[in-house]
Design a protein around this ligand. Structure first.
Ligand SMILES: [Zn+2]
Length: 324
């Protein structure tokens, strides 16, 4: 039997405007994801849950899809105001109690990665020069959770949501910690940020198998798209915006756009563009946004993965790209 989750859209201050918390009232009041921790978000969560005849104090389970601030930041606030446990997969588990350390590690990885691609004087370089407060401000919106309030769920064994058994599927690319929940009978999915009306951003994150290196986001995301496509999903409850139908058409569309950008990037390198900054300036025509800046790294990763381009570290410590 399909369940009917209630969409609670909370304010999101980073990129997306709103983030979803999905409320399932029966048999135990459950939230999928928690929003980010701001007073505005907390007020909105309380209000919208009450409009649906329950209160935050009734929530027993908060199931987290991935370790990003907008999905997990407010989990501890819910715990403090209820008897809820926070459910985390093995990929996100340590983020529950150790966010301070892991965020430091992730932000260092992001900064070090960009330093290898972007000249600090370029437009993108200057954008990053202004993001210090982004990195340090993160932990104001994301609190650690006491270990005794965390329940680890094992991806292999699935998870009960709304009295039904859902498969847990690892779907990295946007985040190396991302899981989605799939109900075989109805072919419904809690798709987190794997399936969104806009293509997910391949955020720069640690490889779970080796936290000192980054997972190549876009190549990983493309593999996850293939995995999703085969499931023939009928309805997706995403991490942002309204529920999605026609999921395979949406996936094809997003993959097509990615292919077009890959081709464009490849042709630019072939005709002599050598640096990230050159490529970004043409592909995004000086439209500066964080999602676009990481997408550009993704195109370069994917072209390299396909053996179409090579990169070389120059004496300035910045990669130079060429075709063969
Ligand atoms: Zn998100």
């Amino acid at each position: 039997m399909a369940i009917n989750p209630i969409r609670i859209a909370l304010p999101e201050i980073l990129n997306m405007q709103t983030v979803n918390c999905w409320l399932i009232k029966e048999p135990v009041p459950t939230l999928i994801d928690s929003g980010e921790l701001t007073e505005e978000s907390w007020k909105s969560l309380n209000q919208q849950i009450e409009e649906n005849g329950v209160s935050v104090g009734d929530i027993e389970r908060v199931i987290i899809t991935h370790a990003h601030v907008d999905h997990m930041g407010m989990a501890n606030r819910i715990v403090e105001n209820s008897n809820a446990k926070v459910w985390l997969s093995e990929y996100a588990y340590q983020w529950g109690y150790d966010v301070n350390q892991l965020w430091t590690q992730r932000s260092t990885l992001i900064k070090n990665t960009f330093a290898q691609y972007i000249n600090s004087d370029s437009p993108v370089g200057q954008l990053f020069g202004q993001t210090k407060s982004f990195f340090s401000g993160m932990l104001n919106m994301w609190e650690p959770i006491p270990k005794e309030s965390i329940v680890a769920f094992d991806s292999e064994s699935g998870i009960d949501i709304g009295g039904e058994q859902w498969d847990v599927i690892y779907a990295p690319g946007h985040s190396s910690t991302q899981t989605v929940f799939f109900h075989k009978e109805s072919r419904h999915m809690f798709s987190a940020d794997m399936l969104l009306k806009l293509a997910p951003t391949p955020v720069i994150e640690m490889d779970p198998d080796d936290p000192t290196t980054r997972q190549k986001g876009l190549p990983t995301l493309i593999q996850s798209f293939d995995k999703m496509r085969k499931l023939n999903i009928q309805k997706a409850y995403p991490g942002h915006y309204e529920a999605l139908d026609n999921v395979n058409a949406l996936i094809d569309n997003q993959l097509n756009r990615i292919e077009n950008r890959l081709e464009e990037t490849y042709q630019l390198i072939k005709s002599g563009s050598k640096t990230y900054d050159d490529l970004y300036g043409t592909v995004y025509a000086n439209r500066l946004s964080f999602p676009a800046t990481v997408m550009m790294i993704g195109y370069l990763d994917e072209l390299e993965e396909r053996g179409l381009i090579k990169k070389e570290m120059t004496s300035e410590g910045i990669y130079s790209f060429r075709t063969d």
